[in-house]
Design a protein around this ligand. Structure first.
Ligand SMILES: *Cc1c(COP(=O)(O)O)cnc(C)c1O
Length: 377
């Protein structure tokens, strides 16, 4: 019997291979061609006016912080408020730019708690990074209001939010979101190998991110006189990075995007079964989602009394589960903030991520429910 995985991507293999073959036949596997097509499709799908395809969300978060720092004159040591319940990329992005990560506590959705965000603001605070945990939008609207009130920038780590909407609108496009960054990493809702997208609301930042993700190369000055033998000529006016996405990954992304809404609808169906199956178990705390009917549900997690024992028990029944995430202030790099987010700290000891992906059958879901309830009876 095959074991049940916690996260497992499902690819439309023949269509993906056809897209990859297109790239190989054309002899175009790098930046451009399918990367441009995917940017256009992503803009149509989300409503973002600008989108630039990158090799990861991590690279995108770094450039988001960097560009906001450049444009707003932030100094080394200035502070960004972030979440302790996230993949560590979110917080490293702050440190890449010599800024200080301050942590605010999370709410019942495991997203930033606006009340604690406001308490953590100092005269050095410049921005907030909001993580749409598990695809949830949480209290993003309130956090945006706080950012406006205190003249802070808002970066949305939308790694889990591909396909999340609120009343039909992609939250990354809301007024007050200064940049949104998506992930198409191997197990995310729109899986590729590794890649991501950065979406600024303005043309100038979009132009700059394209330049910084491509070594700082500036073709503009010469593009205007792009005649004859000067086509090769460009200037380099920043120390940029090699962060661009490539056509092979974009070929896969273009195919997977066509199925994203269908996939997310199936995720919500599975979540309904889980919620129903666990709602009467007093030993289980379900992590809720607001706007649940439009949530991308990247993860499904429970808070349980003895997480390690449940993980062991499930593994013995061939059900692999995981933990998303360990409180980041427990890591050596962020230990200085340990104790600053009591709710996040407490709940992260009890979180278990149970299987949620496109390979699960209803029978698998019923088995997971039965085994979990058995153990926690
Ligand atoms: C996956 C993830 C990232 C990093 O995405 P990559 O595309 O792998 O760089 C960042 N933040 C969160 C919350 C994630 O889950």
């Amino acid at each position: 019997m095959m074991s049940i995985q916690v996260l497992k991507p499902k690819f439309h293999i023949d269509e993906c291979l056809k897209g990859v073959r297109d790239c190989l036949e054309k002899g175009w596997t790098g930046m451009g061609y399918k990367t441009v097509e995917f940017e256009e499709e992503w803009k149509k799908y989300t409503g973002h006016p600008y989108a630039y395809y990158l090799n990861s969300n991590t690279a995108g978060l770094h450039l988001a912080v960097k560009i906001l720092k450049m444009h707003n004159g932030w100094q080394d040591g200035d502070e960004i408020i972030s979440s302790p319940i996230t993949f560590v990329s979110t917080n490293h992005a702050i440190l890449y730019e010599n800024l200080h990560a301050t942590f605010a506590d999370v709410d019942e959705y495991l997203c930033l708690d606006p009340v604690d965000v406001e308490k953590k603001i100092t005269d050095k605070t410049r921005a907030v990074i909001f993580v749409g945990y598990g695809g949830r939008v949480g209290q993003l609207d309130k956090v945006i209001d706080i950012c406006k009130k205190h003249s802070l920038k808002l970066i949305l780590d939308a790694a889990h939010m591909s396909g999340t909407r609120v009343n039909g609108v992609c939250p990354g496009t809301w007024d007050g979101v200064d940049v949104a960054v998506y992930s198409y990493q191997a197990v995310k809702n729109l899986p590729t190998g590794d890649s991501g997208m950065i979406c600024f609301p303005d043309e100038e930042s979009d132009r700059l991110v394209r330049q910084l993700a491509w070594l700082g190369i500036n073709k503009d000055t010469y593009a205007r006189s792009n005649k004859g033998t000067y086509a090769w000529k460009y200037d380099v006016d920043y120390v940029g990075y090699k962060y661009n996405g490539n056509a092979i990954m974009a070929a896969i992304a273009l195919v997977q995007l066509k199925y994203l809404d269908e996939d997310n609808a199936r995720r919500r169906e599975i979540v309904k079964m889980y919620n129903e199956g666990f709602k009467n178990n007093k030993n289980i705390q379900i992590i809720p989602a607001n706007h649940a009917d439009e949530c991308s549900y990247h993860l499904y997690e429970l808070a349980v009394p003895d997480r390690e024992a449940l993980l062991d028990y499930l593994a013995k029944q061939d059900i692999n589960c995981g933990v998303h995430y360990r409180d980041n202030t427990e890591y050596s790099m962020y230990w200085y903030a340990n104790g600053t987010c009591p709710h996040a700290h407490a709940i992260s000891q009890h979180l278990i991520t149970i299987p949620l992906h496109m390979w699960l059958t209803d029978e698998d879901v019923r088995k997971v429910i039965k085994v979990v309830n058995e153990f926690l009876a």
